[in-house]
Design a binder for this molecule. Structure first.
Ligand SMILES: C[S@@+](CC[C@H](N)C(=O)[O-])C[C@H]1O[C@@H](n2cnc3c(N)ncnc32)[C@H](O)[C@@H]1O
Length: 480
């Protein structure tokens, strides 16, 4: 940040700028009401566009940047605000704190002129509260504008603990930063990569599509996207079916509406491909997806399955089971069933089984900007036993010689390597070298570092390296 000066003084009352007012209302719903930004923001933008003909496409984009950026950088912003605010942030009115975060985000991360960021924040505070808090907002934001880049850096340099400092700089809760640090080491990366991987969680990912094989080719999907959407779509680096969009709404594509293509992270694509292509002797007709909702991997599995194969998709939540039906609408080899996977019993055994268990989701923080502030380390207390039971149920449902994939959207050691180690200790399964198998699927080397124990035989993807969520994939064969 450069040396900042603002000569802004109090101005007569005027109404707050609409993008900032809409952003504030969305942030209040998310932070105070527990709503999800990706659900309330589009609704708020639609309502504003309908009632205000002057609200432009650029206003929508600006509002989205304010909302997502402020949520992602909340930890960073609060560290800076705490330094320049005379009262502890916990004692501030929640709306005033939200206005301060919004203002600080514009000052520290956007190219909004200082005077505009401060003045608009003061207007917002006056409109939402009263003159007193507005004066406080003015004072705090003006002191940030006067701080040099070096002074802002020093706010972080003064944090003593290594993990604590990186957590604040990269805007993550400390326990999440610690968990990534542990995961990096366990999966064979360097501890010094921590800041880089956490910063990658702060970058909004490009929309990633899958061209479902047998329904549409990647080239056809690229052509259709080029024709209908703005920008220049390009092939993904991790799977032969992956396409990245460069802008535009994927819902505008006919192949998305027909279910021939879908939005799907390429890490998730790789998980389904590795399970579908793992070597198998004997029958290959019955596949099971034990935790299927909303059905992205079911659909890719079903489109990769040899002719005559049925994919049974089990999901505990009936609403999510309907999503599985919708996402597999273009395929005729899927049976969706609703039930608790821990007690799944079909009366026969399966050749390939996917256990994509509910997990902490720390691997997809890029997509859900508020989620890092909602999870807690004690979430694992409930998740780990559930994962263990589902893993065991997946193994029970597999025929001898059949293949099981254990997949999570998190690199957390307890949910990845530890769960696989535990499953192996039962003696019913052995590890397949998923990393070696992946070299035949993806042109990119998956992991250059190896890690120890079982880690070198598993696949751990990272947002900063693979342009994907931090998916974990282990393949096992049932031996008895
Ligand atoms: C990580 S998601 C699966 C994502 C899915 N494979 C996909 O690619 O679209 C985990 C799913 O497991 C479901 N689930 C949670 N507990 C379950 C249980 N006991 N039995 C079956 N499914 C369960 C959740 O409702 C959720 O839909």
């Amino acid at each position: 940040m450069s040396q900042r000066r603002t000569k802004q003084s109090y101005r007569p009352k005027r109404s707050a700028d609409r993008p900032r007012a809409v952003a504030l209302s969305v942030l209040e719903q998310v932070e105070q009401g527990g709503a999800f930004a990706n659900l309330v923001l589009p609704k708020a933008l639609r309502a504003e566009q309908q009632s205000n003909s002057k609200f432009s496409f650029r206003d929508s984009a600006f509002t989205s940047e304010l909302v997502y950026g402020t949520l992602r950088q909340r930890g960073y912003l609060d560290t800076v605000l705490a330094r320049y605010c005379s009262r502890p942030l916990s004692q501030l009115d929640p709306t005033v704190l939200e206005i301060l975060r919004l203002g600080a985000y514009q000052l520290l991360f956007m190219r909004v002129p200082d005077h505009a960021a401060v003045a608009e924040s003061v207007d917002l505070a006056r409109e939402a509260t009263s003159d007193g808090p507005a004066r406080m907002v003015n004072a705090v934001l003006r002191s940030i504008t006067r701080a040099t880049e070096q002074e802002i850096d020093e706010v972080f340099d003064h944090i003593t603990g290594h993990i604590e400092r990186i957590a604040a700089k990269t805007s993550h809760p400390q326990w999440v930063a610690q968990s990534f640090a542990d995961a990096l080491t366990a999966h064979g990366r360097q501890p010094s990569d921590l800041e880089r991987v956490l910063q990658a969680n702060n970058k909004a990912p490009a929309v990633n599509l899958v061209a479902r094989p047998g329904l549409i080719s990647r080239d056809e999907l690229l052509d259709e996207s080029r024709e209908i959407l703005e920008g220049d779509p390009y092939p993904g680096n991790l799977t032969p079916y992956s396409v990245f969009l460069d802008g535009g709404d994927p819902a505008a594509l006919p192949s998305i509406r027909s279910g021939h293509a879908a939005a799907q992270d390429q890490g998730s694509q790789l998980a389904a491909i590795l399970l579908a292509t793992a070597p198998l002797e004997g029958s290959d007709e019955r596949w099971l997806d034990l935790c299927a909702g909303p059905g992205g991997k079911t659909a890719l599995l079903a489109s990769l399955a040899p002719k005559g194969t049925t994919v049974v998709a089990n999901e505990i939540n009936p609403k999510r089971a309907r999503l599985v039906e919708r996402s597999t609408q273009a395929l005729d080899n899927v049976d969706v069933v609703v039930g608790d996977g821990r007690h799944f019993a079909a009366g026969y055994l399966f050749d390939r089984v996917l256990v994509d268990a509910p997990c902490s989701g720390l691997g997809s923080l890029r997509r859900r900007p508020e989620s890092r502030w909602r999870h807690h380390s004690h979430d694992l207390d409930e998740l780990l036993p559930l994962q263990r039971d589902l893993f065991q149920a997946g193994i029970r449902a597999t025929r001898p010689g059949g293949v099981i994939a254990w997949v999570t959207c998190t690199p957390q050691v307890e949910e990845t390597l530890d769960q696989v180690d535990m499953a192996l200790s039962g003696g019913e399964v052995e590890l397949i070298d998923a990393r070696a198998l992946s070299t035949g699927v993806t042109p990119d080397a998956i992991n250059s570092d190896s890690g120890s124990g079982i880690a070198p035989y598993t696949v751990q993807l990272w947002p900063d390296v693979h342009n994907s969520d931090a998916m974990f994939i282990a393949l096992l064969r049932k031996v008895r």
